[in-house]
Write a protein that binds this ligand. Structure first.
Ligand code: HEC
Length: 165
């Protein structure tokens, strides 16, 4: 039996297109959409390819991430996901890179302040992951984020885009 969504999509002559990252070997590519979204609206992230972005935190990270500039530290196991998309000149929406930051156990990755940076490409393949595939190539993520030492290397979207409580 068709779900309500599928029915509605067919009636409006539109199609549900699954995020390409859902085919990734990494489970975050499927799971992040169920996490807490802290962006009230997609906004253009100039530091991540000028793509539209939102910011989602898993259950371990959400309470601390939601404190924004007052954050103390994200606990180990906390993950922030930043899915991105673009709209091309023909008006087509395209899935772009999924950016992830995961807090590892203390001492796991001293060079990156124990943050594991991951990027999943639009086709679901892995661009790289700190301490894993293409780890050196991912260091530029840390190099920029580590400028935010007062906020556990988090840089946060501008306040006007945040979900207001
Ligand atoms: C030149 C600086 C810069 C680089 C390089 C960079 N980021 Fe970011 N990142 C930011 C800024 C600024 C924000 C917050 C504003 C925004 O979303 O654009 C952010 C936000 C994030 C967030 C949401 C958590 C937060 O800080 O609020 C994630 C996840 C993230 N970046 C992952 C990555 C990954 C993975 C890479 C490398 C592939 C990367 N970033 C490279 C500057 C950078």
């Amino acid at each position: 039996m068709e779900s309500m969504n599928e029915q509605a999509a067919m009636e409006s002559d539109s199609a549900i297109v699954r995020a390409s990252w859902s085919g990734s070997d990494r489970s975050e590519g499927r799971e992040f959409a169920g996490w807490t979204n802290f962006a009230a609206t997609p906004y253009i992230s100039f530091t991540h390819g000028e793509r539209f972005a939102t910011n989602h935190a898993n259950a371990i990270a959400a309470e601390q991430y939601g404190m924004f500039e007052q954050v103390d530290a994200i606990p180990a196991g906390g993950i922030i996901a930043k899915p991105t998309f673009s709209i091309n000149a023909s008006g087509e929406a395209l899935w772009e890179t999924l950016f992830l930051m995961e807090k590892a156990e203390a001492g796991m990755s001293p060079d990156t302040n124990d943050w594991i940076y991951t990027a999943i490409m639009p086709d679901g393949s892995l661009m790289g992951r700190t301490l894993g595939e293409n780890s050196d190539g991912m260091y530029f993520c840390a190099a920029c984020h580590m400028g935010a030492s007062d906020t556990d290397d988090l840089l946060f979207m501008e306040p006007e885009y945040r979900v207001q409580n």
